[in-house]
Write a protein that binds this ligand. Structure first.
Ligand code: NIG
Ligand code: FE
Length: 418
């Protein structure tokens, strides 16, 4: 065990292990390991146990011991399974207009909405996009997020979507955290496209999909199914093609009107995200399926609208993940822990359910089985908080930030050092 280290003692380690993927979880199901140490070998967790015992085992070896002073609680590094942090410009005007009572249509007419960000993203160079994406991802990592999904979708042409996806790929190469890229070329019908929505989707499927495979740019295809974007019938052939080519499917579903979650279930999507408009029918459909429901409280907070019915989804037996949806339009805050805890307070979610939603359940939504839990063989991705009780983390509603973040066995952020 050459590259091994022992970290501790932790007042508590919350491994998020042994919990079911689907349905409600009570807090007394959470395993809490007290006075614990974590032995890391290379990038993975080797052992979690009593610190004193692990220390005695390694004391005669040359294994590095990282001793923590004071009270610390360790969670798995957080996983944010839905963001749009690669973009150009700002939509502060949209936010002001919305809060001054302007409607979606009025904002779009005044030059706002998704198309505004498309225009600004197209104007940006790839290098500018990389710089901005890295900056935002670093903000997320300081808040404990060690894995972050990032969507394209502000390019809306083969060439401009490629620019975004290369920017995400290159940003990932410079960051200690993992960015998981998703192609959202079906975000809206591009206003400058010379043809129908169907033609646009065929063009993306035939020209962009093979490029994504060849260049290893993404293995996930997302679409926004909504009255202002694409209809169910327009998206079905697009998803059929994506599935045939082996892409995982994810859907912006039921944000303002229903329909998207039904398509998600039909195509065996890995997740259906948003769901603010889902009714009992959609909730039951999702709960019966293996589609992971992703609540995006940041979009509810940004738009001033209702939250995803998270309690009902869990009670019906669905898998619930929680993501930030960080984007310049509907979810500008981009603070996963704050948003997850607020969702928990409004929807009456247990600590265990909120933490599951931003750790192993979110990892499952990205098809990642090596993270989101702290157990032997999992990546040593750690979010460490200066407190004596894990309940303080959500109680502080996002104001208690991690004091240290580790990714794949390396320290990547130490708040004391900035
Ligand atoms: O997830 N709903 C559609 N797409 C984004 C918003 C993107 C934007 O407004 O720029 C979302 O909320
Ligand atoms: Fe989104």
């Amino acid at each position: 065990m050459d590259n091994s280290k022992l970290i501790g003692p932790f007042r508590q380690v919350i491994p998020m292990a042994g919990l079911q993927l689907k349905g409600a979880i009570s807090d007394n199901e959470l395993i809490v390991i007290e006075d614990a140490g974590i032995l890391i070998a290379d990038e993975k967790i080797h052992t979690i146990g009593k610190f004193s015992k692990l220390l005695a085992d390694v004391i005669e070896t040359n294994i590095e011991v990282i001793r923590l002073e004071g009270n610390h609680v360790c969670l798995p590094g957080l996983v944010d399974a839905h963001t749009h942090i690669c973009f150009g410009g700002t939509r502060a005007n949209d936010y002001a207009m919305r809060n001054a009572g302007k409607t979606y249509m009025e904002i779009a007419k005044a030059g706002g909405g998704i198309w505004d960000t498309v225009t600004q993203t197209r104007k940006a160079t790839k290098e500018e996009l990389i710089k901005h994406t890295v900056k935002l991802a670093k903000r997320h990592l300081k808040n404990g997020t060690t894995t972050l999904e990032v969507k394209s979708g502000y390019g809306l042409s083969v060439e401009e979507e490629l620019k975004m996806l290369y920017a995400i790929k290159e940003a990932n190469e410079t960051l200690p955290t993992d960015l998981i890229p998703t192609c959202l070329a079906a975000h809206m019908i591009p206003k400058d496209y010379n043809g129908s929505a169907e033609d646009y989707l065929i063009e993306i499927g035939s020209l962009l999909f093979p490029k994504l495979k060849e260049e290893g740019l993404s293995n996930r295809i997302d679409a926004f199914i909504e009255e202002s974007a694409f209809s169910k019938t327009q998206i079905e052939p697009y998803f059929k093609k994506a599935k045939e080519m082996g892409f995982a499917i994810t859907v912006h579903a039921d944000q303002f009107s229903t329909g998207g979650s039904e398509v998600a279930v039909k195509f065996g999507a890995i997740s259906a995200d948003h769901l603010e408009a889902s009714t009992q029918k959609e909730i039951e459909l999702l709960a019966k399926s293996d589609v992971i429901a992703i609540a995006l409280p940041g979009a509810s907070l940004g738009l001033g609208c209702n939250f995803t019915p998270a309690r009902q989804l869990l009670d019906a037996g669905a898998t619930l993940a929680i993501a930030s949806d960080h984007n310049p339009g509907s979810a500008p805050m981009g603070d996963l822990l704050t948003q997850a805890t607020i969702l928990g307070a409004f929807e009456k979610l247990t600590n265990a359910e909120v933490l599951a939603g931003i750790t192993f359940r979110a990892a499952a939504a990205l098809n990642l089985s090596d993270r989101g839990q702290l157990e032997k063989g999992y990546l040593a991705d750690l979010a460490i908080f200066h407190t004596n009780d894990y309940k303080e983390i959500l109680y502080n509603q996002g104001n208690l930030k991690p004091c240290m973040v580790w990714k794949s066995g390396g320290l990547i952020f130490d708040r004391h050092k900035g």
